[in-house]
Design a protein around this ligand. Structure first.
Ligand SMILES: O=P(O)(O)OC[C@H]1O[C@](O)(COP(=O)(O)O)[C@@H](O)[C@@H]1O
Ligand SMILES: [Mg+2]
Ligand SMILES: [Mg+2]
Length: 333
């Protein structure tokens, strides 16, 4: 595998799978990679520029917004919206849909979490950006609406994420495998570093915020007892790993094997994470890599969306590990 394949070149080669797209999907993904470079530029020098701390406002989720959340949001909307390829967008940081400046030519909808892992921004722990792309339902971009955003996850034409960590990595899928690219700042390019990622059928890590133990239901509590029991035959006990940035916890488990669980809690009865720009894109990637993603019962990609910011429980990662966690959630174990 040559390390000299840029993400733009790789995306171009994926075009063979989309003869009807006339290269537009290529341009879209290239726009996303460009926006990621702009966000990365601020993230890597966050302590030196006035981008740490709270912005003094709350978002539609009722969360206090960080300056970097707003910066990333603004950069993605302007860097991508200016090209007129998206007719409509949905962001974690905007209550309603966004109609980009030149949407009249767009044939796609973009949903995104501009900055994932906001609680880790100020303390130099990995954060990320997550995105999901759909083809418009109708032919007239000027009539693009929320309906073009609220499509089943299995309708995604592309999805991906960027991690801003010790290195900056962008991972994406168009439904033809999962591929990772590492940013080389000496040449300003994302270069192929992880081709055709396949996640192990089971792993050795479990990721869950045990600080919320008192809010968990019996199924989740029993699962935690099970995963910590001593039994070498089933690779137990698993080691706990919880960064608190979904994109980073997911990426680790994708490469090494393991399971991430954000269950329903008494505080978040339908889970905390958002279906449209967190669960759906990661579920598409996870399944493409041979993993599994459910809400404890249903396949994430089959969930019928009803609102832009709806939440869902999330059980995602290595297939066998996710199935075990589900069985406890369903009271089958
Ligand atoms: O602190 P908690 O309840 O474990 O929640 C952590 C989760 O919340 C998130 O930070 C939510 O995402 P945002 O940072 O984009 O709002 C996830 O990245 C992470 O997995
Ligand atoms: Mg997030
Ligand atoms: Mg976010």
């Amino acid at each position: 595998m040559s390390n000299l394949i840029t993400i733009e070149r790789h995306i171009l080669e994926q075009q063979k799978y989309f003869p009807e797209a006339h290269g537009e999907l290529t341009d879209l993904l290239t726009d996303v990679a460009f926006a990621a470079k702009l966000v990365r530029r601020e993230v890597v020098r966050a302590g030196l520029v006035d981008i740490l701390g709270f912005a003094g406002s709350t978002n539609v989720q009722g969360e206090e917004v960080k300056k970097l959340d707003l910066f990333a949001n603004e950069k993605i909307i302007s860097a991508i919206g200016q090209h007129g390829r998206f007719a409509v967008m949905g962001s974690e940081e905007n209550e309603g849909i966004i109609i980009p400046p030149k949407n009249e030519t767009g044939s796609y909808a973009l949903l995104f979490d501009p900055l994932d892992g906001s609680s880790n921004i100020d303390v130099n722990v990995s954060v990320g950006t997550i995105f999901s792309i759909y083809r418009l339902k109708g032919d007239d971009p000027c009539k693009a609406s929320i309906n073009d955003c609220l499509q089943h996850g299995y309708e995604q034409v592309a999805a991906g994420y960027v991690i801003y960590g010790s290195s900056v990595v962008m991972v994406y899928t168009t439904g033809h495998g999962v591929h990772g690219f590492t940013y080389d700042p000496t040449i300003g390019e994302f270069l192929l570093s992880h081709e055709n990622i396949i996640t192990p059928k089971s792993g050795k890590y479990y990721s869950i915020n045990e600080g919320s133990f008192a809010q968990f239901n019996d199924g989740t509590k029993k699962y935690l007892d099970y995963i910590k029991e001593e039994d070498p035959a089933t690779n137990r006990p698993y080691s706990t790993r919880y960064i608190g940035s979904l994109v980073a916890d997911f990426h680790r488990n994708l490469l090494t094997g393991g399971v991430f669980v954000y269950p329903p809690t008494t505080k978040h009865l339908s889970g905390k994470l958002r279906l449209m720009y967190e669960a759906n894109p990661l579920a598409f990637i996870c399944e493409q890599a041979g993993g599994r993603a459910t809400d404890g019962r249903n396949r994430i990609l089959d969930i019928q969306p009803t609102s832009l910011h709806q939440r869902t429980p999330l059980y995602i990662g290595s297939e066998e590990d996710v199935i075990i966690a589900e069985e406890f959630e369903q009271g089958l174990r």
